[in-house]
Design a protein around this ligand. Structure first.
Ligand SMILES: O=P(O)(O)O[C@H]1O[C@H](CO)[C@@H](O)[C@H]1O
Ligand SMILES: [Mn+2]
Ligand SMILES: [Mn+2]
Length: 395
C-alpha cells in the first residue's frame, strides 16, 4: 500500500464562472448566464489570497470564464484547471457526488414557487409526525428571512416552519427550546423516506433560537437527511480498499454516512479548519480526507454578502497555507468547489458555474478543463486504488 495520502477540500459554492449550460439554470426567472462567484468578488474588491493564487486560482478563473480576477493573477505553481459539471442539479449533493465519481442520473424533484409549495400529502405527513394542526410558510424562502417572518407565529402556535428553494430540498425551521431540538431532528428523520421516494434530495432541520424578530438566529445544530448516492463513491472505494477515510464537516450528511471511517464536525468553519490542520499532521498513511467548508455558501453566498464572502475567502487562504505546511512529500491536496453562489447576483440561490481544481503536491501542471468526476478519479489514482465508475485521472 502506498504511504501517500490524499486530501480533497470542497470550498462550498466557490465557483469560477463559465458554465456552458448556465442559461438553463435560474435565480427567480433570470438565467445564471455570466454568474462568477470568485471573478465578481475580485472585480469588486481585489482579493489577497496568496496561497490559492499561487496554486493557480486566478488562472483558473480566466480559463473557465475569460474574466480576470484582480489580486489572484499570479503565475500558477501548482496543478491548476477548471471543472465542468454534467449533473442536472446546481446543489450540494449533485456537486459532491459527481466529484466523488457518481454523476446524478435522475432529475431531482423541485417544489414549485407557489403558495402553497408543498402538496397536501406532504403537509399532512408533517402535521401527523409533528402532532400539529398545520405548518407555517409552505413557500420558497431564504432561511434567515423565513424565521424573521414566521418565528413569532411559530412560538405562539407550535407549528413547524416549512420552506424550500430552487434546490431539491424541504427545510424545517423550528425553535430549539419552544419546539425542541430533538423533536425537530426526529421529525425530519421520519419525514425523509417519503421525500426521498419523491426524489427530493434532502430534508433539512434548521433549528433556531431567540424570542422576537431581530433576535432570531439559526444555530449550528442543522442536520441534513439526504438520499444515499446511487453508486460507488470514492469514499466507498477507499474504504473497501482497506483505507482509513476522514470526513470533515457536512461530508458525512452529504454521503449519507457511507464509506466514512471517522467524522469530524464542528460548530463553525474555524472548528473544521482545526480538524483539517490536525489531520494534515495526523492522518494515516494511505488515507483519504474529504472536507467541506460550508460558510462561504450559507453565511455569505445565499445572503448576497459580497464583503463577507471576500473576507471568508481571505481567511480560508490563511488556513490553506497552514494546512499545506503540515503535508509530507507524496501527499496530494486538491481544493475545489461544488457549485457557485455569486454574492453579486440577483436572487438568493446557487449559481451554475464551473469550479476551480487546484492541486498541491504534484508540481506545476495545467490540466485545462476537466469534468467533476475526474477529480475523484485522480484522488483514487494517487492513492493507488481502483478507478471509479465515472471520470479519468488527470494526474
Ligand atoms: O436560505 P437557507 O435556509 O440558508 O437555504 C439554503 O440552504 C439550502 C440547503 O443548502 C439551499 O437549498 C438554500 O435554500
Ligand atoms: Mn454546496
Ligand atoms: Mn447552499
Amino acid at each position: 500500500m502506498t504511504d501517500c495520502r490524499a486530501f480533497l477540500i470542497v470550498m462550498d459554492s466557490v465557483g469560477i464562472g463559465g458554465a456552458p449550460d448556465a442559461d438553463q439554470f435560474f435565480n427567480g426567472n433570470r438565467p445564471d448566464t455570466g454568474a462568477n462567484t470568485v471573478g465578481h468578488i475580485a472585480q469588486a474588491r481585489p482579493l489577497h489570497m496568496p496561497v490559492l493564487a499561487r496554486l493557480g486560482l486566478g488562472a483558473a478563473v480566466r480559463l473557465a470564464s475569460g474574466q480576470d480576477a484582480p489580486g489572484l493573477m499570479s503565475p500558477p505553481q501548482g496543478l491548476w484547471g477548471g471543472a465542468t459539471q454534467i449533473s442536472r442539479g446546481k446543489d450540494t449533493p449533485s456537486g459532491h457526488w459527481e466529484i466523488a465519481g457518481v454523476p446524478v442520473p435522475w432529475d431531482w424533484h423541485y417544489f414549485p414557487d407557489t403558495a402553497p409549495a408543498f402538496p397536501p400529502e406532504v403537509t399532512a405527513r408533517i402535521c401527523d409526525l409533528a402532532g400539529t394542526q398545520g405548518i407555517l410558510a409552505n413557500c420558497h424562502a431564504s432561511g434567515t428571512q423565513v424565521i424573521e417572518d414566521f418565528g413569532t407565529d411559530h412560538i405562539r402556535t407550535g407549528w413547524p416552519i416549512c420552506y424550500t428553494s430552487v434546490d431539491s430540498v424541504l427545510q424545517i425551521a423550528a425553535h430549539e427550546e419552544h419546539f425542541g431540538l430533538d423533536r425537530l431532528i426526529a421529525l425530519c428523520q421520519s419525514l425523509a423516506p417519503m421525500l426521498h421516494a419523491m426524489r427530493v434530495g434532502r430534508v433539512i432541520a434548521r433549528p433556531f433560537l431567540g424570542e422576537a424578530p431581530g433576535e432570531f438566529r439559526r444555530t449550528g445544530n442543522r442536520r441534513d437527511f439526504a438520499i444515499a448516492p446511487p453508486g460507488r463513491t470514492i469514499l466507498d472505494i477507499a474504504q473497501n480498499g482497506g483505507r482509513v477515510t476522514h470526513a470533515i464537516g457536512k461530508i458525512g450528511d452529504i454521503f449519507s454516512h457511507r464509506g466514512i471511517s471517522h467524522l469530524h464536525k464542528g460548530k463553525s468553519d474555524a472548528d473544521l479548519a482545526d480538524h483539517l490542520i490536525r489531520l494534515g499532521s495526523e492522518a494515516e498513511p494511505g488515507s483519504l480526507t474529504f472536507a467541506n467548508f460550508v460558510e462561504f455558501d450559507t453565511n455569505f453566498g445565499h445572503r448576497r454578502d459580497l464583503p463577507g464572502y471576500a473576507a471568508q475567502l481571505e481567511w480560508f487562504d490563511g488556513i490553506a497555507g497552514r494546512f499545506l505546511d503540515t503535508l509530507r512529500p507524496g501527499d496530494l491536496a486538491i481544493f475545489t468547489a461544488d457549485h457557485g453562489n455569486d454574492p453579486s447576483w440577483h436572487g438568493t440561490d446557487h449559481t451554475r458555474e464551473r469550479v476551480a481544481v487546484l492541486g498541491h503536491g504534484v508540481g506545476t501542471r495545467a490540466i485545462g478543463l476537466v469534468g467533476f468526476s475526474d477529480i475523484g478519479a485522480s484522488v483514487l489514482a494517487h492513492l493507488g486504488l481502483p478507478a471509479p465508475d465515472h471520470g479519468r485521472s488527470f494526474l
